[in-house]
Design a protein around this ligand. Structure first.
Ligand SMILES: Nc1ncnc2c1ncn2[C@@H]1O[C@H](COP(=O)(O)OP(=O)(O)O)[C@@H](O)[C@H]1O
Ligand SMILES: [Mg+2]
Length: 282
């Protein structure tokens, strides 16, 4: 999947994006391309500007000032950490909200089937679990058939088991509907499980751009690659494998599987091409 995606021209294009709330900039020149059908995970420490970037792309950041170029498809949807359902509307009406056309009802019902909530159309949001509410929010986004889906830590409030089930669901839906996706997450394993590519925000810029998919099919190679990606991403986030802060700047992680091409700061974008030997500096 990743190989054909790289051929396509981007449908999301960000150049020199600057945003600040106070004198200190939050985003200091972000560049980003996302192609049709590409699933990008956006990682970064708390306060690194992930939500600020997502809100800028969704045109929800009227309180920020800044500059830069943003090109996004008209049909975009946003999912947040809380489902934001209207409590006085039934599940089906929450999904249908704002939909027009004679087939709105059928489309909303199909979207509920897609998130495995067929049969719950007449329920009230308060009758659903947190995971179910989040699935309704996902259905409400998908029913609009977005070309670009933005999600800000959408599974952050869910328990671990529910989150894993959501991952499977999202992976399936993304593969079928093929929107471009920008998923904000602080969970490295979530990024590896879902994304074609991970970008890491730091100091208001894209500090690293790391391809994830396709992972090798062979199970042990796959595990090795996952482990290498995991330590690279944790290192970039300044976190040790045990979750504690990382001590001295690390050696390149797994020389055979991947090479960290530039780790000194301040740095240009670091792009890692796993296993291909290609090296690109942005
Ligand atoms: N509406 C706002 N007003 C003032 N400061 C804000 C606002 N939104 C975010 N910030 C500040 O911008 C920085 C980045 O925030 P945010 O984008 O939410 O980070 P992240 O999502 O990566 O945790 C933080 O220092 C935060 O306090
Ligand atoms: Mg945030």
């Amino acid at each position: 999947m990743a190989a054909d995606i790289r051929e396509m021209s981007p449908i999301v294009k960000v150049r020199g994006l600057v945003r600040r709330f106070t004198l200190k900039g939050v985003l200091n020149g972000v560049d980003l391309d996302i192609r049709k059908g590409e699933f990008v995970a956006l990682l970064g420490r708390s306060g690194s500007g992930k939500s600020t970037l997502l809100r800028a792309l969704a045109d929800l950041d009227r309180e920020a000032v800044g500059s830069g170029e943003i090109v996004v498809p008209e049909r975009l949807s946003v999912v947040f950490q809380d489902a934001r359902l209207l409590p006085w509307k039934r599940v089906l009406d929450n999904v249908k909200l704002g939909l027009t056309g004679p087939d709105a009802d059928v489309r909303a019902r199909c979207a509920l089937e897609d998130v495995e909530l067929g049969g719950r159309e007449a329920s009230w949001p308060s009758e659903l679990s947190g995971g179910e509410q989040q699935r309704v929010a996902l259905a409400r986004s998908l029913v609009r058939e977005p070309e670009f889906l933005l999600a800000d830590e959408p599974f952050g409030a869910l328990d671990a088991l529910t989150r894993i089930r959501m991952h499977e669901l999202v992976r399936r839906l993304a593969a079928r509907r093929r929107p471009a996706v920008l998923l904000v997450t602080h969970d490295v394993d979530e990024a590896i499980a879902l994304a074609d590519r991970a970008i890491v925000l730091d100091d208001g810029r894209v500090r690293a751009d790391i391809p994830i998919a396709p992972l090798p099919l062979e199970p042990s190679l796959r595990e090795t690659r996952r482990a290498a990606l995991r330590s690279t991403l944790l290192e970039l986030l300044g976190v040790g494998q045990d979750g504690g802060p990382l001590e001295p700047p690390a050696e390149p992680v797994d020389g055979a599987a991947l090479r960290v091409l530039a780790s000194s700061r301040p740095s240009p974008i670091v792009q890692l091409r796993l296993g291909t030997g290609e090296e690109v500096f942005g």
